[in-house]
Design a protein around this ligand. Sequence first.
Ligand SMILES: *[C@@H]1O[C@H](CO)[C@@H](O)[C@H](O)[C@H]1NC(C)=O
Ligand SMILES: *[C@@H]1O[C@H](CO)[C@@H](O)[C@H](O)[C@H]1NC(C)=O
Ligand SMILES: *[C@@H]1O[C@H](CO)[C@@H](O)[C@H](O)[C@H]1NC(C)=O
Ligand SMILES: *[C@@H]1O[C@H](CO)[C@@H](O)[C@H](O)[C@H]1NC(C)=O
Ligand SMILES: *[C@@H]1O[C@H](CO)[C@@H](O)[C@H](O)[C@H]1NC(C)=O
Length: 412
Amino acid sequence: MLQPLGKFLHVKLFLIAAFLLTYSSSLKIGETCRTSGSDCDVGLTCGICAANNNTRPRCIRTQPIIPTTKVKTLPFNRYSWLTTHNSFARVGSESSMGSLILAPSNQDDSVTDQLKNGVRGLMLDMYDFNNEIWLCHSFGGKCYNVTAFQPATVVLREIEVFLEQNPTEIITIFIEDYVTSPYGLTKVFNESGLSKYMLPLSQMPKDGKDWPTVARMVKKNHRLVVFTSKSSKQASENIAYLWDYVVENQYGKNGMIAGSCPQRPESSPMNTASKSLVLMNYFPTNPNVSTACIDNSYDLISMMQTCYDADGKRWPNFIAVDFYTLSDGGGAPEAVDRANGRLACGCDSIAYCRANATFGTCNVPVLAPPPPAQLPPIARADEHSKSSPMSRPLNPHRFILAILTKALLMWL
Ligand SMILES: *[C@@H]1O[C@H](CO)[C@@H](O)[C@H](O)[C@H]1NC(C)=O
Ligand SMILES: *[C@@H]1O[C@H](CO)[C@@H](O)[C@H](O)[C@H]1NC(C)=O
Ligand SMILES: *[C@@H]1O[C@H](CO)[C@@H](O)[C@H](O)[C@H]1NC(C)=O
Ligand SMILES: *[C@@H]1O[C@H](CO)[C@@H](O)[C@H](O)[C@H]1NC(C)=O
Ligand SMILES: *[C@@H]1O[C@H](CO)[C@@H](O)[C@H](O)[C@H]1NC(C)=O
C-alpha cells in the first residue's frame, strides 16, 4: 500500500505547490509585497520610495511593454525605447582590473538583465585603455584603473547573445566616444559579432524623414542602431554621428527644472524637424539611488509633456534614466508605454493600442484606483503590518483564494 499512497501524496504536494506558486506570484502593481521575496507579478518588483515617504513595500514596474508586440509595422522613429544612462555602471561592480571602482554607479543590474527587462537603448562610454577599448566612467577623456568597469567586448557580447536569442528585438547603442585608436570601434563591434546586425548608415535619414520600418529592420536583420558622439567616425568607420540624427535635452541637474526642456549644447534645438529622433534625458548630475524613485515617477512623466511641447509636439523615442527599476509605481516603464501609445496609435498607453486600428482608436480598460501610496497612520505605528500579507488590500479574488487554501488544507 506504500506505493499508491506515495503517489497520492505526490499529487497533493504538486497541487499545493502549484497553488502556492499561483497565489504568491500574483500581486499586482501597487499591492503590498514583501521586500525580501518576489511575490509580485511578472514585470514587477517589490520596492519602497522612502525619499517620497512611501514606506509601504509595494509592487512597482520594471518592464515596459515591448511596443513592437502591439503595433508591428511602423517606422523605427514611431516607437519609444527605455534607455539606461551609463548602462554598464552597475552598483557594486568591481573593475576587471581588480581595483575598487571609485566612479559613481547608475544602474543596479547587468546589461543582460536590463535587456531582459525590456531596456532597448544603452548609453556606453568607450575609452582607449589597457590596449583595448573599455567601458569607463571617467573624466578628462581618460580612463583609469579606478574608473574602468569592463572591456567593451564583454558587454557587447551580452548584447550579441540577446539579439541572437531574440530575433525580433531591436537595440540602440549611444556611444560616448573617447576612442582615438584607428578603427577602434569597428574592431570591438567585429570582435563581439555585432557588426552584422548594424543598420547601415545609408538607411538612416538625415532629412527628418521616416526611418526604415521595424518590420524591415527585423527582416534584414539590421537590428542594431549605433550612434557615436565623434563626428569623424561617420566618415572613417561608417558609424552614425549622433547629432546628425537625434536631438537631446539637457541632462543632469539643469535638465530637471520643471517646466523647461532646453537642448543639450551638442544638440540642435529640440524642435529641429530634420532630426527624426528625440532623446529625453532625465537624471541628476550625480546619480542618486535614494532619490531616483522620485525622479522616475511623476516628475519624469511631467517632463515628457514639457519636452513634447518644446520638441515641436514630438514624444521621445528614447527615455534615458538612472536606476530604471526604481519608482513609486509605474516608473520609467510607464513613461515609455505612454510615449509609445502616443507615437504608435494615438492612445494614452501602448497597452490601449488595437491591432490594425485607425490612429486614435483605443481600448481603454476601466481600472480600480490603486491603493494609497502611504501607510495609514494606524498601520504605520504597527510595525508588523508592514510585512504581513494581511495588510494587502483585500480583493474578492484573494478572498476566494484564501477559502480555497483552507479547503485544500482540510482535504489533506
Ligand atoms: C516626508 O515626511 C517628512 C516628515 O513628515 C516631511 O518633512 C517631508 O517633507 C516629506 N517628504 C515628502 C517628499 O513628502
Ligand atoms: C592598474 O592595474 C594593473 C593591473 O592590476 C596594474 O598592473 C597597474 O599598475 C595599475 N595602474 C595604476 C596606475 O595603478
Ligand atoms: C571588420 O569586419 C569586416 C567584415 O568581416 C572586415 O572587412 C573589416 O576589415 C574588419 N575591420 C576591422 C578593423 O577589424
Ligand atoms: C541623494 O539625495 C539626497 C536627498 O537630496 C541627499 O541627501 C544625498 O546626499 C544624495 N546622495 C548622493 C550620493 O548624492
Ligand atoms: C492585422 O493585419 C495583419 C497584416 O495585414 C494581419 O496579419 C493580422 O491578422 C491583422 N490582425 C487583426 C487582429 O486584425
